[in-house]
Design a protein around this ligand. Sequence first.
Ligand code: NAD
Length: 367
Amino acid sequence: MVETNVEEKVKSASIFSEVAEMGHEQVVFCHDEPTGLKAIIGIHNTVLGPALGGTRMWNYASEEEAVIDVLRLSRGMTYKAAISGLNLGGGKAVIIGDASKLKNEAFMRRFGKFVNSLNGKYITAEDVNMKTSDMEYIGMETKHVTGLPKDMGGSGDPSPVTAYGVYMGMKAAVNKKFGSDDLSGKKISVQGVGQVGMYLVDHLVKDGAKVYITDINEEKLRNISSKTGAEVVGMDDIYDLDVDVYAPCALGATLNDDSISRLKCQVVAGAANNQLQDEVRHGNMLMDKGIVYAPDFVINAGGIINISSELRGEYNKQQAYSWTEKIYDTCMSILNKSEKERIPSQESAMLLAEKRISDIGKVKLSF
Ligand code: NAD
């Protein structure tokens, strides 16, 4: 889940120095002997509001790996919420261990109690290896849980809203590069046709784009291809395709030395988290190649925007979609700043997010 060099870094440094470097407010280690629960809750920044972020369960190779995962993920949530104009901070929780062996009602409820002990400073949601039933158990012990299924009174699957936001961000980036956001006739490759990728393909095909898809799951590929007319390509061939736009919607770190040297596209805009293997180096490489990069945490924020609508009271789908539509303008101002200041778009987005946190932090100082 994390790069080895980062794990080595944590091993060689103290947790406190890592926390100080990344700017976290609080890291909570949760342990319960009877259930075997070991979890870490990372609260990165609560200047804008309570720290929101999902809980993921993973069989980490080491505790250091779990620590670094929660630190990076919670920091990422701070930037995503801030750039999206939400009054939420960044948090994330990781549970250590094999989900298929450890999870049961008591285990999940014990975790819910730990979340509750933070009195709303951290709000949890579903992430990797967490099921609806797990969220239901957590919800028995705390009200600080969100993104629940519709039949539990929540906002349901965020993927269609995330896909809509990615589509908006892609249109903005295409406008920046080609002077028009019309996708008809554009050649677009989508890597990963899972929950988000498949909805994204629908938008693109509807707009008249020529879409290429790849996935490890051949059945999904066949279904989506026969439904939409998208052309199936090999998993590795995706980087060499002569396309206008590449949309990474599967894994992180697909923008690296190897892939960037192969890419022929003019725009990168997709849903996957942490697409740049190295934020600085690969952000610069894309810029030097003249490729417009729509920062992942900006354009994949539809899911958290959807959840924030649930947090404001009764979930309102229309409100969630119209807020998500703003990703177009946000992405455009980031790309304009990037061009004007000759800095990579990732850096431009991070600077804008930090400015909002700093500005609103000052507003909050007055009565
Ligand atoms: P998903 O698991 O439903 O889909 C991922 C797809 O990628 C799967 O179909 C999988 O088979 C495929 N895949 C895996 N490895 C691959 C590879 N090497 N090459 C090609 N395809 C591969 O996940 P999702 O919910 O669609 O999310 C996609 C990405 O977007 C993830 O990185 C996720 O973190 C991010 N994201 C999702 C949401 C959301 O609302 N679901 C929100 C924000 C960010």
